[in-house]
Design a protein around this ligand. Structure first.
Ligand SMILES: NC(=O)c1ccc[n+]([C@@H]2O[C@H](COP(=O)([O-])OP(=O)(O)OC[C@H]3O[C@@H](n4cnc5c(N)ncnc54)[C@H](O)[C@@H]3O)[C@@H](O)[C@H]2O)c1
Length: 260
């Protein structure tokens, strides 16, 4: 086995991607499979999109299944874990990538909208950590949890108020769980993507906003979803990231390093 394979290979591992039907979650599902993992592609409504990712993985020789897993339903997440354990015997890697967003001005945000965003992005990621984390603890073979945060989590980004608050909570939760679960061999980290065109931000990334983003990004462009694969496979790997937990890794073209 080559040095790189020994460090990064996910052969024999089982991964679950909540929100795997989405743009970034889908690409991350495919990346994990390319690195050797069997992958459960989670979806809440868009079964067809999850099936597409499953077919892409299978036609490249990998193993995958689509599993309904609405992040707002603990019961559904539990059934999703059970389905994966029934099929593949265990789960080693959880990627938490559900996400909804809205550009509503602060004074106009209805309680229902606040609840929908916080429930999906923050409470949903918590419930998935709780269900899959418990499963990993009971397996007694460690694991890697990777939550998808955002550059809006540290400093408030204009137009995405509730979303930013949900992601700030994701950062705190990531560090808390890293501390709690290190004793079980479970590493908990987050990836903090910059700006990647996807479904949830399609209406927000107007031409004016794109120009502002590019001006504030040293690399002066959007990210491409495959550019998350390196950080993802590294954090998932029990060898390459064996001493890495509680970190929030930016993959943002330099956005968070930029001031005037
Ligand atoms: N695209 C970006 O620029 C960017 C930047 C930072 C962080 N993120 C985060 O990346 C993750 C993936 O988002 P994306 O940008 O690919 O958008 P996307 O809209 O393409 O994907 C989001 C996915 O979440 C799923 N989802 C929505 N509600 C859900 C629920 N209740 N349960 C389970 N899944 C649900 C959607 O079906 C969709 O598949 C999200 O957590 C998002 O906040 C994205």
């Amino acid at each position: 086995m080559s040095y790189l394979s020994e460090l990064f290979s996910l052969d024999g591992k089982v991964a679950f991607v909540v929100g795997g039907s989405g743009v970034l979650g889908g690409e991350m599902s495919i990346a994990l499979a390319k690195a050797g993992a069997k992958v459960a592609v989670g979806y809440s409504r868009n079964a067809a999109s999850a099936d597409e990712k499953v077919k892409a993985i299978q036609s490249a020789g990998g193993e995958a299944m689509a599993v309904k897993s609405d992040s707002t339903s603990k019961q559904e997440l539990q059934s999703a874990l059970d389905a994966v354990v029934t099929r593949w015997g265990k789960v080693d890697i959880l990627v938490n990538a559900p996400g909804v967003n809205s550009p509503t001005p602060v004074l106009d945000i209805a309680e229902e909208e606040w609840t929908r965003i916080i429930d999906t992005n923050l409470k949903g990621m918590f419930l998935a950590c709780q269900v899959f984390g418990k499963g990993m603890i009971e397996q007694k073979s460690g694991g890697s949890i990777i939550n998808i945060s955002s550059v809006s989590s540290n400093i408030p980004l204009s137009r995405v108020f509730t979303y930013s608050i949900s992601k700030a909570g994701v950062n705190n939760m990531t560090k808390f769980l890293a501390r709690e679960w290190a004793q079980h061999g479970i590493r908990v980290n987050a990836i903090m993507p910059g700006f990647f065109p996807a479904e949830q931000n399609r209406k927000i990334l107007t031409e004016e906003r794109r120009n502002n983003i590019f001006r504030h990004t040293p690399m002066s462009r959007y990210g491409e979803s495959h550019e998350l694969a390196g950080a993802l496979v590294w954090l998932a790997s029990e060898k390459a990231a064996s001493f890495v937990t509680g970190t929030i890794i930016p993959v943002d073209g330099g956005f968070t390093a930029m001031t005037i």
